[in-house]
Write a protein that binds this ligand. Structure first.
Ligand SMILES: [Zn+2]
Length: 421
């Protein structure tokens, strides 16, 4: 094991921790931006450090195709190739194959796919995925799993879950650098609580350095999504990091953190920037909108990032449609927003202010200016009411229970009855 995980503070199930990895000491909860070929589009490493990025996610499938893992190995690994001094995480490569390539086929041996370069059939086995990731050299590497869309039902889900468990042993056996790289297992099992439970138990028995909750954010409804996260975080060990894969909406990060998750990754903040959208406390701001053309305010007047300190909405509106600079500035702001959200989650939990933080976050995001400032006498109950009105009743129940020790035994959360008032 090449990590140390120390919980610094808790509120109910939410925790703030220090995660010490070979290349960086991280504070959780944390968001990891996704770099495809060893780069976050449009941002320099200095900017990423300035923003406060702690871990960057490298895409094994893309790295294996170009520059190839052999070359990376020769050049001293991805850290030295991209001159990134902080932590890195690589995925197994399997997800890209299944999602990008129509001709991917999964058998017990591995994932068979048609090479995008010469069209020849290729096979990615658990052993090969780990070998490639050992060469790339990231602080955290991911087991190859059998990924099935959550919207699929039937025996395929069960088959994929058991195969994921069989493959984890092949991954562990193939892992040549356990003292320098941490292999995380991935909990599968679709939306079926029984299968999820079997998978969590199976992985925990293997005593891995960390655990990911996989197979979500694939089009399932929010109610199912949160239930799976709640079930898995409750069953995973307290002293190991928990990573919810593919999660990047700010609200989802707040909810999952309330449920005891620690790490997240998603292309959303940078992808949405390329479409001209900024993340703001009230939700999103579409910079392409005509109303932005003569708006002299910064993207978010409460944000202290380099972009908000220097540029107006009008200027970015001018750029977004024509110049790459527009999406670069938006990516910078959006990642700054995600890093600040991570820091705020961490410090609010450490300073025992987590419910207040969640309340404030929700007030801004859901109520906007309509009810702001919210009187102190109308705390979470009022927010909950607003959620009901806006038909986000499931979300309301979840946040409500997570932040107030609510009446929510059905969510597996502790209840002291105070929420009934
Ligand atoms: Zn900003």
């Amino acid at each position: 094991m090449a990590l140390r995980f120390e919980v610094l503070g808790r509120f109910n199930r939410a925790r703030a921790a220090q995660l010490t990895l070979p290349h960086f000491v991280c504070q959780t909860p944390l968001f990891m931006p996704v770099g495809t070929q060893g780069t976050i589009k449009g941002l320099t490493n200095d900017q990423l450090e300035e923003i406060g990025c702690q871990i960057i996610l490298g895409n094994t499938y893309h790295l294996a195709l170009r520059p190839t893992s052999e070359l990376l190995d020769e050049l001293g690994g991805l850290h030295s190739f991209m001159k990134w001094p902080r932590a890195l995480l690589t995925d197994s490569g399997g997800f890209q194959m299944v999602s990008l390539l129509h001709l991917a086929d999964i058998t017990e041996k591995g994932v068979t796919f048609q090479s995008p370069i010469d069209g020849k059939p290729m096979l990615l086995t658990p052993e090969e995925s780990i070998q490639i990731q050992n060469r790339v050299g990231a602080d955290i590497i991911m087991a190859l799993d059998d990924v099935v869309k959550t919207t699929i039902t039937g025996p395929r889900i069960e088959e994929a879950m058991y195969r994921t468990l069989r493959w984890i042993d092949r991954c562990v056996a193939a892992h040549k650098r356990p003292n320098e790289q941490n292999l995380f297992g991935i909990v599968q099992g679709g939306l079926d609580p029984v299968l999820r439970d079997i998978c969590v138990r199976g992985l925990v028995e293997r005593n891995l350095p960390g655990y990911a909750i996989g197979g979500l954010s694939g089009g399932e409804d929010k109610d199912s999504f949160w239930r799976v996260v709640a079930q898995c975080t409750a069953a995973l060990p307290e002293d190991k990091p928990r990573y919810v894969m593919g999660v990047g909406y700010p609200l989802d990060i707040v909810v999952c953190s309330a449920l005891g998750a620690d790490m997240y990754d998603c292309v959303y903040p940078t992808r949405t920037a390329r479409f001209g959208t900024a993340l703001v406390p009230e939700g999103v701001l579409k910079l392409k909108h005509q109303a932005m053309a003569d708006d002299t305010r910064p993207i978010d007047p409460s944000c202290s990032c380099m972009v908000c300190k220097n540029f107006s909405r009008a200027y970015i509106h001018c750029l977004v449609t024509k110049d790459a600079m527009g999406s670069q500035l938006l990516s910078y702001h959006n990642l700054y927003y995600m890093m600040k959200l991570s820091r705020d989650l961490h410090s609010s939990i450490v300073h025992e202010k987590f419910p207040e933080f969640v309340c404030k976050f929700l007030q801004k995001m859901v109520l906007g200016k309509k009810f702001s400032p919210l009187p102190r006498s109308l705390p979470i109950v009022f927010v909950a009411y607003e959620f009901v009105v806006s038909r986000q009743i499931n979300l309301c129940f979840f946040l409500y229970s997570a932040v107030s020790q609510g009446r929510c035994s059905r969510m597996g959360l502790q209840c002291d009855g105070s929420c009934r008032d």
